[in-house]
Design a binder for this molecule. Structure first.
Ligand SMILES: Cc1ncc(C[n+]2csc(CCOP(=O)(O)OP(=O)(O)O)c2C)c(N)n1
Length: 401
């Protein structure tokens, strides 16, 4: 369904909130109020916002360091991020973490980031599969940089998601730099979307600086995943306009490249689009911008009012001392949800197979006299390779009786 006019304006609001919040966080960093690193998504706002906006409330995300916009779309407030970076008591992690390691499994369906690049892929695959086991049509989405796509777990995770037709969407943010490593030293591929071919899933390329294109591409992948047709890898082409984090001046990035991408700024581009398509007036634009400035002022005041945590807090929650309930919440009977004890699981929920049906290929027809016979008898091979010779199998003549 195409975006309505209010939805177009909402997208603009989220992109500007993402950008202006990060401007504010940069000021806090310069004032020495931020504990630890600060990562910027300048120039990548259309990806975080457009992808998260394509999801429904029941869906799941797991953000990475450049996905502040997605956290905002999912319902975290600017003060949550400000307090988190300033390690204040009121932050989602109670002041225990300086970056974005927090989530909300109950209401917002946000899985906390994992710093080890790629590890969120199998985790979110598991989240999607768990939803399917529970009979819920929920989609799981996570992001990875082009650098992170060279880890082993990226490939293991995506392969597993593909073969299980998990409702997973993986957004590969190709911002041309993984810390100081350019893409041409990262892979011999031209397009990272081509990684999908190895797993038999669609690999789609989208202009990551075009929020409407990002939204529409993600929406199509969401619908596909919800139908049960499996994962999609979306490569969003963009550029990292700042260094890896605040401490990195990124002197290794050529000036021409920086300038070229500044001209493609996603927020400016979207402003021009809204004007050309007559989707807003100057008054509406100014109202949105003034509202964001007001909102951020209030959010900052609330965040700064939160104290630092008590020192004793550091010792709490290191080991779980029954501090929280970690028992599973069974919405359905455990017997129904645990796989049955048998070698080949045929497990049904609501009349539908909970695991992918195991398709046993039909037995091969009896060979005629003098017809070559494939020695390798893996039925899977036979199913996919009509000609044993073409598939590289050893063939031998059947012995005459
Ligand atoms: C498995 C693993 N290796 C190395 C790192 C250290 N590290 C953190 S971010 C980063 C660069 C990531 O680049 P990319 O995936 O392209 O994402 P970007 O920072 O460009 O958004 C590296 C090497 C890590 N966190 N995990």
């Amino acid at each position: 369904m195409p975006l309505t006019q209010p939805q177009h304006l909402e997208l603009y609001y989220w992109m500007q909130l993402n950008r202006k919040l990060e401007d504010q966080l940069t000021l806090l960093f310069r004032q020495n109020k931020i504990v630890g690193g600060l990562y910027s998504s300048l120039g990548q706002e259309a990806i975080s916002v457009g992808t998260a906006y394509a999801l429904e409330k029941q869906d799941w995300i797991a953000p990475m360091i450049r996905n502040h916009g997605a956290l905002l779309v999912r319902g975290f407030r600017p003060r949550d991020l400000m307090m988190q970076y300033m390690a204040r008591q009121g932050s989602p992690s109670g002041g225990k973490d300086g970056t974005s390691h927090f989530g909300d499994l109950t209401d917002r369906h946000v899985v906390s980031p994992i710093s080890m690049l790629g590890d969120l892929i199998p985790v979110l695959t598991g989240v999607g599969l768990a939803a399917r086991y529970l009979g819920r049509r929920e989609v799981a989405l996570t992001w990875i940089g082009e650098g992170g796509s060279s880890t082993g777990v990226f490939h293991e995770g995506l392969n597993f998601a593909a073969v299980q037709r998990a409702p997973l969407i993986l957004i590969l943010e190709n911002n041309l730099w993984a810390y100081s490593t350019p893409t041409y030293l990262q892979t011999a591929l031209e397009d990272f979307a081509d990684r999908a071919k190895a797993y038999g899933i669609p690999g789609v390329i989208v202009d990551g600086n075009d929020v409407v294109a990002v939204y529409e591409t993600t929406r199509a992948a969401v619908e596909r995943a919800r139908r049960g047709d499996g994962p999609t890898l979306i490569e969003a082409k963009t550029f990292r306009r700042k260094g890896h984090a605040q401490h990195d001046p990124a002197g290794y990035v050529p000036e021409w490249m920086r300038q070229e991408w500044e001209a493609k700024d996603p927020v400016l581009r979207y402003e021009n689009y809204l004007t050309e398509q007559k989707l807003w007036t100057e008054t509406e634009k100014q109202k949105i911008l003034a509202g964001i400035d007001r909102e951020l002022k209030e959010e900052l005041a609330a965040a700064e009012a939160s104290p630092l945590p008590e020192p004793e807090e550091a010792a709490r929650g290191v080991y779980c001392d029954a501090c929280h309930d970690i028992r599973p919440v069974w919405k359905r009977s455990p017997d129904e949800l645990k796989p049955p004890r048998q070698e080949t699981a045929q497990w049904f929920l609501d009349g539908q197979p909970a695991l992918l049906p195991i398709e046993t290929p039909a037995p091969a027809k009896q060979p005629q006299k003098d017809e070559p016979v494939a020695v390798a008898t893996n039925p899977g091979h036979r199913k996919q390779s009509p000609s044993p010779r073409r598939a590289g199998l050893r063939v031998k003549k059947q012995r005459k009786k």
